[in-house]
Design a protein around this ligand. Structure first.
Ligand code: CS2
Length: 498
């Protein structure tokens, strides 16, 4: 009998257009796609179709299409490094569910806006072709900080072997390579103007991406670059935007919970908090989904929103991740339940970050701070400290070092921003929590970081110097600031004692 039951789940009971149809009106505790997936045509190529995109932009896009009745904003997702998202979603006709957890959670929602998934690593030519499709008017991106391949000065890292290979004319493997080759094809086939929208946590994400695309084009032989730079300047826009939703990695328990509600197996489940926000610079080369109908804000002042979000939310998230992981807390919510850590997160926002911000119209910064802390405290999310701790070399400059520089130039040493950086340093150098458990160093610069700290010996001064002298992270200026260094040494010394 047990065998028959598991067969039933394995065969024919997986989420897909037909199995969903067969459920018909039996909808208790979940809602189906807001649009008819079969009728949707693709208008968006999304690079980096991880959990975050599926829980954020894809939902806004589906709700916008439902509000307007438009059927031409389906999404082709590109998975960059592994084929797993394609293998999860394609047998399900692109369908997946969004499981909200926490107070105010909406019912489970099945999303039908992703119509196709391409594995960029396995089929780079397909990515270029999709970007060049005349029906596509938008290319959106969530490729994380490291996907941009920037060097220490923020320009395209031409010493990166994959960037160099893409420049040499290989089928592109890097995001900027995919974009430029796609744009080149668009120009050649007269496919029309397109908007490229970065949705990653970078300062001025649109400007950053425009600059990297420019660097790539400038490095091409003039025969290839001819006309491309001009066409990009006239027909492509790179608006910036601020994205916000906490999306922890999906677990087996999440998938089991969805099976129980839906009665169908969904291998593409994404989990999210109820909160979701999107503030987008209103600068498009062609049309766009009516995202404002789904609650997004279109504005001409994204920079202020972006700074608030990165410096308040992401910075305190990182502080809690490193201090929390070192103290043996597995989740952000558990870290925040420690009064000392909660006080440090609050003080970071109040004392160090607030004086550096220009507050956007209509935002109450005190409310914002309380809301951020409440969101972090959501016990149902189980967002792991080691997940947020990933890629510190890429995240620190964006989240914390802008605050550090602004405070130092105002003549103040930012104590709590320094504490967050120090906690990262101890996380890297020590690699163990108070209970002696290993902490994973998941970072594109991991080897470099390990080598730097391995030679540092035990003392706090040596640990600080070994990392502070990495210019790709700290520039040349911060290593030279005595007050900042002294604050780091003091914190590192205390944290290393446990
Ligand atoms: C987090 C973010 O993993 C991290 O580094 O700080 O992913 C954070 O959850 C989102 O930016 C929230 O919008």
């Amino acid at each position: 009998r047990g065998g028959a039951v598991s067969n039933e789940v394995a065969v024919g009971r997986r989420l897909g257009l037909d199995t969903l149809d067969r459920l018909g009106g039996q909808r208790r505790g979940w809602i189906g796609p807001a649009v008819d997936p079969r009728a949707l045509r693709v208008g968006i190529v999304h690079l980096g179709i991880g959990a975050f995109h599926r829980a954020h932009q894809a939902v806004f896009t589906e709700l916008a299409a439902a509000a307007t009745g438009q059927d031409d904003w389906g999404i082709t997702g590109v998975t960059q490094r592994s084929a797993s998202v394609r293998d999860q979603l394609m047998p399900q006709d692109g369908l997946y569910s969004v499981l909200e957890r926490g107070v105010g959670a909406a019912p489970l929602r099945v999303v039908g806006t992703v119509r196709d998934v391409v594995f960029g690593g396995g089929d780079p030519a397909a990515v270029v072709d999709r970007i060049a499709d005349p029906a596509v008017r938008l290319v959106t991106l969530t490729v994380t900080e490291k996907g941009y391949r920037r060097d220490g000065t923020g320009r395209l890292d031409r010493s990166d072997p994959e960037v160099a290979a893409d420049l040499g004319g290989q089928p592109p493997r890097t995001v900027v390579g995919q974009l430029v080759r796609g744009l080149q094809h668009r120009l050649a086939h007269d496919a029309g103007p397109v908007t490229v929208l970065s949705c990653d946590n970078l300062v001025g994400n649109g400007d950053v991406l425009r600059g990297l695309v420019q660097d790539f084009v400038d490095a091409l032989p003039s025969s290839e670059a001819g006309g491309l730079a001009d066409w990009i300047a006239s027909s492509v826009r790179f608006p910036s935007c601020m994205v916000d939703r906490i999306v922890p990695a999906t677990t087996d328990e999440d998938r089991a919970d969805v099976l129980a509600v839906l009665g169908l197996e969904d291998r593409g489940v994404v989990v999210a908090e109820p909160f979701s926000q999107w503030v987008i610079e209103d600068d498009f080369a062609a049309d766009r989904p009516a995202w404002q109908r789904a609650g997004a804000v279109l504005t001409n002042d994204v920079a202020a929103w972006e700074a608030v979000k990165l410096r308040m939310l992401n910075a305190s998230h990182s502080l809690l991740a490193y201090l929390g992981a070192l103290s043996g807390y597995d989740t952000i919510a558990a870290a925040l339940s420690d009064d000392r850590l909660a006080a440090a997160a609050e003080a970071l926002m109040v004392e160090d970050v607030t004086p550096t911000l220009q507050v956007p119209d209509g935002l109450d910064l005190d409310d914002y701070r309380c809301q951020v802390l409440n969101r972090f405290a959501n016990p149902a999310l189980r967002h792991r400290t080691v997940q947020v701790a990933m890629d510190g070399s890429q995240k620190l400059p964006v989240r914390l070092l802008g605050t550090v520089r602004d405070r130092l130039s105002a003549g103040a040493v930012p104590r709590y921003a320094a504490l967050a950086v120090a906690a990262w340093m101890v996380y890297v150098a020590q690699g163990r929590d108070v209970r002696g458990r290993d902490l994973p160093l998941d970072d594109p610069m991991a080897d470099r970081l390990r080598t730097a700290t391995a030679g540092a010996g035990g003392g706090p001064g040596r640990v600080v110097d070994s990392l502070l002298r990495i210019p790709e992270i700290f520039g040349a200026d911060l290593a030279e600031h005595d007050g900042f260094r002294a604050a780091l040494v003091e914190h590192v010394g205390r944290l290393m004692k446990g």
